[in-house]
Design a protein around this ligand. Structure first.
Ligand SMILES: Nc1ncnc2c1ncn2[C@@H]1O[C@H](COP(=O)(O)OP(=O)(O)OP(=O)(O)O)[C@@H](O)[C@H]1O
Length: 346
């Protein structure tokens, strides 16, 4: 196993007398982008602030690159931070904003000039070096904030919902750019978001939090394909979540070759329904009626009600005639695509 670069061990955080985080453990690897994903109030910001040193009243251990850092003040941790609100200095030019930290460190002027210009080239803002923050768009301001943090070459860069204040199109563009900077400069990043698509799109690893607990950590594919528990199954994706009893009612005796247990939970992903039976795999026919449909562009989303009254979400590629409404249709699901919640095997 690669050595942990950031190691959180038995982290405990109390705020105003309430236990917010209790015995939390996780590690992240060097030169990766890890996302904290979780609903509002799950503790993402609280843990990030503890790592940054903005809250030092914590139990347990925080190690970065082999060094115990939990007792160090924020400015001695070599950790950068980017906030949703940019927090640029309004009365300084873009160049001076990015140069600020290096000047505090009393680096020679020529070195500062070179590092700042390289960083402004990286974030494609070299031409704006003499502008002031209020002359830039939201996305440009956030790129300055990111450049200002990256120019200090922190061991770890924390980004707390950095895209939340931006509109949808810019968010997608900037998240791709952040991923590019991370890979180009080999920075270890920890990125907080409550947006699942954002986390899936850019992460090497996702840590899903709820109620101050890590629910699951894994690659986007892992998290999507193998939810570790009921919370994960409900939180991630747009699944059909069924009990074993319901699955058997649909005609499945087994899932991935294992007998279905009535009390266990299973997932059928909406995109895994087929209009025709597989010729090579065991597939189960399910008959019911389409009760609604929505054309999403490349896909069509259906609500499908089985003869026994189970309501399922179905998504098919928009490449043939849409399924008819209100008359019986039969769809097929391959037995091997059913996922058991909490199963560890892929
Ligand atoms: N200063 C404080 N005193 C007491 N409780 C706090 C304090 N700050 C946060 N909390 C509580 O800690 C929990 C975690 O909050 P936190 O801000 O870390 O969640 P989050 O996952 O970052 O949420 P969001 O996505 O809304 O930012 C919440 O229940 C919150 O009410």
């Amino acid at each position: 196993m690669p050595e942990a670069f950031l190691q959180i061990e038995d982290l405990g955080i109390n705020l105003s007398g309430n236990s917010i985080i209790n015995q939390m453990n996780f590690t992240i690897k060097k030169n990766t982008l890890t996302t904290f994903l979780g609903p509002s109030g799950s503790g993402k910001t609280t843990v990030l602030r503890a790592i940054a040193g903005l809250n030092t009243q914590v139990a347990g251990a925080i190690r970065l690159d082999g060094e115990e850092i939990h007792a160090l003040p924020a400015n001695q941790r070599n950790i950068g931070m980017v906030f949703q609100s940019y927090a640029l200095f309004p009365n300084m030019t873009i160049f001076d904003n990015v140069a600020y930290g290096l000047r505090v460190q009393k680096k020679p002027a020529a070195e500062i000039e070179q590092a700042v210009m390289e960083m402004l080239e990286t974030v494609s803002l070299a031409k704006k070096k003499d502008a002031y923050p209020d002359q830039l768009s939201g996305g440009q301001k956030q790129r300055v904030a990111i450049a200002r943090a990256m120019v200090l070459q922190p061991k770890l860069l924390l980004l707390d919902e950095p895209l939340s204040a931006l509109d949808a199109k810019i968010r997608v563009k900037l998240r791709e750019q952040i991923r590019k900077y991370q890979q180009k400069l080999g920075i270890t990043m920890l990125f907080v978001t409550h947006d699942q698509a954002e986390a899936m799109a850019i992460s090497d690893d996702i840590i899903v939090m709820n109620d101050g607990q890590v629910q699951q950590q894994g690659s986007p594919m892992d998290i999507y394909a193998n939810p570790a528990n009921l919370f994960m199954a409900q939180f991630i994706g747009n699944h059909n979540l069924l009990t074993g009893a319901e699955l058997r009612q649909l005609g499945f005796q087994s899932a991935r070759g294992t007998a279905v247990h009535d009390a266990a939970h299973y997932i059928i992903r909406p995109e895994l329904f087929c209009p025709t039976a597989s010729t090579t795999e065991t597939s189960v026919p399910i008959t019911g009626k389409i009760t609604s449909r929505a054309v999403l562009g490349d896909r069509i989303q259906y609500r499908f009600k089985t003869a026994a009254g189970l309501k399922l979400k179905v998504e098919l590629l928009n490449q043939e005639e849409p399924l008819p409404m209100d008359s019986d249709v039969t769809l097929y699901v391959q037995e091997r695509t059913i996922q058991k919640v909490g199963a560890t095997n892929a």
